[in-house]
Ligand binder design. Structure first.
Ligand code: SAM
Ligand code: SF4
Length: 330
């Protein structure tokens, strides 16, 4: 069984935001004062599992748990355990996680034990003071310890790093060299104009084509064979043993290969990260509709998955997106 959208793109990758809450407040992701949703609006773990089951039946092979911060969700390991069991008997092949890493040292063992072999850790700086500033109060040492523990448990780590104007641009080479020492891949990400945070987007935004050109002078990049089917374009360098990726939704649109859909923590299915349309599954799940009905709704969603996002950032552009990144988890 394969899910295909109206533009004949195969969609086999589901990203699930398991909570809107987070233990950090990264300045490009959230406002300092955020109103999180009442718990009863958030899907229960059983509801998330049932929704995943239906997507898996329809051909989803990969699930990424994200948030908010997925590791602050109570009993998250229980959900992962249940999903992991399905890998033996269904279309599901892989469960992965995107985390800020603050709780990774505590969870690394349980994650590995329950089938998580790859984790993306979001880390925009390796300078303690700057880390504290960008996350508004985070402690870099916790994340570094988390990465260390995950590597000890043979979990493959990739670093995701948002390029932020006047913040981390003079650190890019040292972060690449640090990742190279640890032998972990990393991807640069372009700031996306999700709902406003406290700083205007155009003041945060750095076009990644410029970042690439600058780094290329030093690293002499050439195309890597690594291709995860995702938006990251990977490069190798004669000076590095790792892959360096660039995720540039604005300067290099990648929508023609989009293979993913996203469920928010409240059960809204977003067909595109950069559009506002959704189908709400929470009331369907809570009103005793059967799985066939859920599957028909999922197929309908694929029929209306948009061709591309309309991200744009400039001084005069108005924010079109009505949600922060923690709603859909990137
Ligand atoms: N809390 C987890 C973490 O930080 O990895 C998972 C959720 S977080 C919303 C997922 C990813 O979105 C992170 O890599 C974060 O850096 C990125 N992100 C958040 N807001 C963004 C924005 N406006 N533009 C680009 N990336 C953003
Ligand atoms: Fe939290 Fe992740 Fe958003 Fe940072 S990027 S505030 S860690 S959800």
């Amino acid at each position: 069984m394969t899910l295909t959208d109206q533009f004949h793109r195969k969609v086999n990758y589901l990203r699930v935001s398991v909570t809107d809450r987070c233990d950090l407040r990264c300045i490009y992701c959230m406002k300092e004062k955020m109103d999180f949703l009442p718990k009863k609006q958030i899907l229960t773990l059983e509801e998330i599992e049932r929704l995943c089951d239906n997507f898996i039946d329809l051909g989803v092979t990969k699930i990424r748990l994200t948030g908010g911060e997925p590791l602050v969700r109570k009993n998250i390991i229980e959900l992962i355990k249940k999903l992991n069991i399905k890998k033996n008997s269904s279309n599901l092949k892989e469960i992965v996680l995107t985390t800020n890493g603050t709780l990774l040292s505590e969870y690394a063992y349980d994650l590995k034990k329950n089938g998580i072999n790859r984790i993306n850790v979001s880390l925009d700086t390796i300078d303690q003071n700057k880390y504290n500033k960008i996350t508004r109060f985070g402690d870099l040492n916790k994340v570094l310890l988390g990465i260390e523990k995950a590597l000890e448990h043979n979990i493959k780590i990739k670093i995701n790093l948002v390029a932020i104007k006047n913040f981390n641009e003079n650190e890019f080479c040292s972060i690449i060299d640090w990742a190279n020492q640890l032998k972990i891949d990393l991807s640069f990400i372009e700031v996306m104009p999700m709902q406003e945070t406290d700083i205007a987007r155009h003041l945060q935004y750095m076009p990644l084509n410029r970042v690439f050109d600058d780094l290329n002078e030093k690293y002499k990049f050439y195309k890597s064979e690594k291709n995860t089917g995702g938006p990251s374009r990977y490069y190798k360098s004669p000076n590095l043993s790792i892959n360096v990726g660039f995720i540039s939704p604005i300067t290099n649109n990648f929508c023609s290969n989009c293979n993913r859909i996203r469920i928010s923590s409240t059960g809204k299915l977003y067909m595109c990260l950069g559009q506002n349309d959704y189908i709400d599954f929470r009331e369907i799940l809570r009103n005793d509709y059967n799985d066939n009905y859920i599957k028909e709704k999922i197929k309908l969603a694929l029929k209306i998955k948009p061709l591309k996002h309309d991200f744009m950032i400039n001084k005069n552009s108005k924010t079109y997106m009505q949600r922060h990144m923690n709603v859909t988890g990137g």
